[in-house]
Every structure is written in structure tokens, then in C-alpha cells.
Design a protein around this ligand. Structure first.
Ligand code: ADP
Ligand code: 5GP
Length: 187
């Protein structure tokens, strides 16, 4: 019988406001050893976001250089900003045999699946469309225009759920965090 193949790279995607950051933060509170890739972005920091912790906040020309130098495993433009996964840190962790988690958008998830087919794609879905709108609006971090852009993107992302290996519905942060840890073979 074939040995069990443990997916070592896990991609978490889902529409903006569904609760990805909240779930990941809870997961890491319980299991601080779980490593999450820190992305580069051209978006401006939200209050409380720290450079090097939540993102590497970079200028447009720096992002251009990251692309030109092949330093990004994947990258995408999302709702007016660019986001990308630094390649080196991810490959180092995988080489060390450690589980790796990426929290990225649908376009990035597709690129990772293409370049690393052994990765597992997890889709975080809202309990309902109304609840997604409530969460994104209730977070209070984006202008009405940006919320509109993100909800437009959300429709596209929700329509692509079947491309993912697993769907988790974010009703309870604790439950989803536990399920994600199980999928990553951390617990
Ligand atoms: P994302 O990272 O997917 O954009 P966030 O983690 O910022 O989303 O969550 C968006 C908002 O929804 C936040 O205000 C967060 O507190 C709230 N939220 C997240 N998960 C839940 C949940 N299971 N139930 C209720 N509210 C939630
Ligand atoms: P936010 O601006 O809300 O932090 O993130 C917006 C979207 O960008 C989310 O869907 C988030 O998952 C995605 N994102 C964050 N980092 C990356 C990345 O490195 N690559 C890609 N493709 N998407 C990312």
C-alpha cells in the first residue's frame, strides 16, 4: 500500500471579510509553531498592522523589482493593490519538512496549484452572502468604494469554490482553526 502523502503546503483562500486573518490568528495563538508566509504588498497598512509581521509593505517600484528578480512564488493584483508570496522563505520551510501556510487570493491559489500540484487548497466560505457583507462592512477598515470592489471580487471567488480541495464554512473561528490544523497534520 502506498505511504500516506502528507501535503506540506496549504493554501487558505476565500473572499475578503470571510475571516481568514481571524482564523489564522486564532490558530497561531493555540499553535504558535505553525508558520505563515508573510506576503509583500503595495497596500497601505491598516491601523495596527506591522511591517514584517502582517505584510512587507513595499512601494510599487520595489514590488516591480521583486517580480523582475523572480523573488515571488506567485503574485496577483487584488482590488487595486498587488500582493505576492516571497519564494525563498517558503522553500526553506518546505526543505526543512515543516508545514507551510499561505493566506492568498484565488489567482494566487491557482498559480500555486499549477507550480506545486502537491499543495492542498482550502476555501474558507461565509455562512451566507449577507453575513459576508456584514463582516466586511463591520470590520470598518475600508471605504465604501473599496468594499464594493472587494464584494465584486468575492462573487468571482465564491464561484470558484469547486477548484479547491476542501471547503470550510466560517461559522465558528475555533472550529475552523481546529479543522485547518487537522488538514495541515499539526494536530
Ligand atoms: P479576512 O482576513 O478574510 O479579510 P478578517 O479576519 O479580517 O477577514 O475578518 C473580517 C471580520 O469578520 C472581522 O471583523 C472579524 O472579527 C469578523 N469575523 C471573522 N470570523 C468570524 C466569525 N466566525 N463570526 C463572526 N465574525 C467573524
Ligand atoms: P487584505 O488587503 O484584506 O489584507 O488582502 C486582500 C486579499 O489579498 C486577500 O484575499 C488575501 O488573501 C490576498 N493576499 C494576501 N497576500 C497575498 C499574496 O501574497 N498573494 C496573493 N495572490 N494574494 C494575497
Amino acid at each position: 500500500m502506498a505511504a500516506e502523502v502528507r501535503p506540506r503546503l496549504t493554501v487558505l483562500s476565500g473572499p475578503s471579510g470571510v475571516g481568514k486573518s481571524t482564523v489564522v490568528a486564532h490558530m497561531r495563538k493555540v499553535h504558535p509553531e505553525v508558520w505563515l508566509s508573510v506576503s509583500a504588498t503595495t497596500r497601505k497598512p491598516r491601523p495596527g498592522e506591522k511591517h514584517g509581521v502582517h505584510y512587507f509593505f513595499v512601494a510599487d517600484d520595489e514590488f516591480d523589482k521583486l517580480i523582475a528578480n523572480g523573488e515571488l512564488l506567485e503574485w496577483a493584483e487584488f482590488a487595486g493593490n498587488r500582493y505576492g508570496t516571497p519564494r525563498g522563505a517558503v522553500l526553506d520551510r518546505l526543505d526543512a519538512g515543516e508545514p507551510v501556510l499561505l493566506e492568498i487570493d484565488l489567482q494566487g491559489a491557482r498559480q500555486v496549484k499549477d507550480s506545486m500540484p502537491e499543495s492542498q487548497l482550502v476555501f474558507l466560505a461565509p455562512p451566507s452572502w449577507e453575513e459576508l457583507v456584514r463582516r466586511l462592512t463591520g470590520r470598518g477598515t475600508e471605504s465604501p468604494e473599496v468594499i464594493e470592489r472587494r464584494l465584486d471580487a468575492a462573487k468571482v471567488e465564491l464561484a470558484a469554490e469547486s477548484e479547491f480541495d476542501t471547503t470550510l464554512v466560517n461559522t465558528s473561528v475555533e472550529d475552523v482553526a481546529r479543522e485547518l490544523l487537522t488538514l495541515m497534520h499539526v494536530v
